[in-house]
Design a protein around this ligand. Structure first.
Ligand SMILES: C[S@@+](CC[C@H](N)C(=O)[O-])C[C@H]1O[C@@H](n2cnc3c(N)ncnc32)[C@H](O)[C@@H]1O
Length: 283
């Protein structure tokens, strides 16, 4: 308990003015199940042995031929592993949904709301179990939302009038729409794959009479110094992305290079909350 108090998980308090007790801090309040804004599913995935194991095999990875540490340890790619382990897949999707819940009030209710206004349709690419699209479809009944994700992620999910699911591979097919949303998808992709996806979206926007945009919710590494722990967390995610896949976290200039290389003409970055940013990209 002394360590946990020191690291900010609990705080020491007095009960009835004298008996010593431990209370929750802002951080540990986020771990209480069945309360709004609960990050417990995310934490439980991040500390699970299946997730942590790759970090203990750096030397085998250096000597081996696999592209990622993940493949060195688990023998298959990250998303294939999820496909083959339904229980873990479900927990991973719930973890992503808990991350979305915490962002929601910022994305659809506050200053970011105007981003979705006026849209007739939106495809949430790699949208997981659709938690963000469900919220958008409820907040904006005029937008037809489609969630595209791998078959094992979107199987048997309940649809609504303006919320549909498509099982597929984003490298093969993304249906046409006024806007394409990618939340925490690009940081899992290297530049080559990211560019492939963006170039196809640019072509789709062109064939729609230059009508449309791409919306990315992801991490941006700030060039200027910011709060030490925030930068450290972004760098840790950078490592996680290169351990699990061939992804990485990007600075604004690295993001901009991707957008301009895919022939988009301009973009706008809005900080949302913590390390998350909302990026709009225009033809
Ligand atoms: C980090 S998760 C983000 C999920 C969701 N956007 C969110 O933020 O809650 C990345 C998602 O991309 C999906 N994905 C990975 N490769 C894909 C592919 N080739 N085609 C479609 N979806 C894919 C995964 O199944 C996963 O749901």
């Amino acid at each position: 308990m002394r360590l946990l108090v020191h690291s900010g998980c609990f705080k020491k308090t007095k009960v009835n003015g004298q008996e010593e007790a431990y209370g929750l801090t802002a951080a540990s309040t986020l771990l209480i199940k069945d309360k709004p804004y609960c990050l417990s599913p995310t934490v439980s995935v991040f500390v699970d042995p299946f997730f942590v194991a790759p970090y203990q095999s750096l030397s085998s990875w250096f000597k081996g031929a696999e592209l990622t540490l993940w493949e060195t340890v688990h023998g298959i790619k990250f998303w294939e592993f999820m496909n083959q382990n339904p229980g873990i897949n479900q927990r991973f999707n719930e973890a992503m949904a808990s991350d979305t819940e915490i962002l929601t009030s910022f994305v659809v209710k506050a200053e970011c709301k105007q981003i979705f206004e006026g849209l007739g349709s939106l495809v949430d690419v790699g949208g997981g179990n659709g938690s963000l699209s469900r919220i958008i479809s409820e907040a904006f009944p005029g937008i037809k939302c489609t969630v595209l994700d791998l078959p094992h992620v979107v199987a048997n999910l309940p649809e609504a009038d303006n919320l549909k699911y498509i099982a597929g591979d984003m490298f093969q097919f993304i249906p046409p729409a006024d806007a394409f949303l990618f939340k925490l998808v690009f940081h899992g992709l290297g530049d080559e794959d990211g560019l492939k996806i963006l170039k196809k979206r640019r072509a789709a926007i062109a064939s729609n009479g230059e009508r449309g945009k791409v919306i990315i919710i992801d991490i941006v590494i700030n060039a200027e110094e910011e709060e030490h722990e925030l930068t450290e967390t972004k760098f840790l995610f950078d490592i996680v992305m290169s351990v699990n896949a061939t992804g990485k976290e990007r600075t604004e200039s690295e993001w901009a290079k991707l957008f301009f290389d895919a022939c988009f003409s301009h973009y706008k970055i809005t900080p949302i909350f913590g390390m998350r940013f909302l990026i709009e990209i225009y033809p």
